[in-house]
Design a protein around this ligand. Structure first.
Ligand code: GTP
Ligand code: MG
Length: 197
């Protein structure tokens, strides 16, 4: 799918203040620093659309971007960032949980996972939580430029195998690099397919 336009709409913590839920919406979530904001910029070909940082904890709000004037991409704060105060973390998880469970136009959650690591409990737990809530999700493995394709594939296979302890089938996955812009077209195509249905 061609991204003709991508614009920032608003940042929020409250579901009641989000843009009208009349368009399909796709949210990016994952551990802090996994590359959520960078992947959004790579997909939209717009450096600086979503704010990125080398330091974890950059994205702290629910950020809406409108794509081609007819669907939303949403950049969320990361989970599992230890350096934020406990209260802050609890607040985040609460408003993120509210957002994910109450946003009726949310079509699919993209769970971003660092392709360099073996399966992490926090990511598996998060996928299980999505499963329990009946929220559709897909997996995007990030930073694939940082190691060999073989290594990425091994970690993807391990993660999917771990998920099979909880799920009968594992969702589709994408191997991505924001740096090299790989996997971005495939994610856009998956979104396009959902938008068509
Ligand atoms: P939070 O908002 O803090 O949760 O982080 P985030 O998940 O949005 O990560 P962000 O996009 O800010 O990227 C974190 C760091 O990883 C930045 O220094 C990025 O340049 C780097 N990064 C992100 N994606 C890639 C990638 O595909 N390849 C490489 N080499 N670096 C990446
Ligand atoms: Mg971010």
């Amino acid at each position: 799918m061609l991204v003709k336009s991508a614009e920032f709409v608003c940042s929020n913590t409250e579901v009641s203040k989000l843009p009208e839920s009349n368009l399909p919406e796709y949210a990016f979530i994952g551990r802090s620093n996994v590359g959520k904001s960078s992947l959004i910029n790579a997909m939209t070909n717009k450096k600086g659309l979503a704010k990125t940082s080398q330091k974890p904890g950059k994205t702290q709000l629910i950020n809406h971007f409108i794509i081609n004037d007819n669907w939303y991409l949403v950049d969320l704060p990361g989970y599992g960032f230890a350096q934020t105060s406990k209260k802050n973390r609890a607040e985040w998880s609460k408003f993120i949980r509210h957002y994910l469970t109450r946003r009726e136009n949310l079509q699919c959650v993209f769970v971003l996972i660092d392709s360099r690591h073996e399966p992490q409990k926090i990511d598996l737990d998060f996928c299980c939580w999505l499963g329990e809530k009946g929220l559709p999700f897909m997996l995007a493995f990030t930073k694939a430029d940082k190691q060999s394709g073989v290594k990425s594939d091994q970690n993807v296979a391990k993660f999917k195998k771990a998920l099979l302890s909880w799920f009968e089938e594992v969702p589709p996955h994408f191997v991505t690099s924001a740096e090299k812009k790989t996997g971005t077209e495939e994610i856009l195509l998956a979104i396009h397919d959902i938008n068509q249905n």
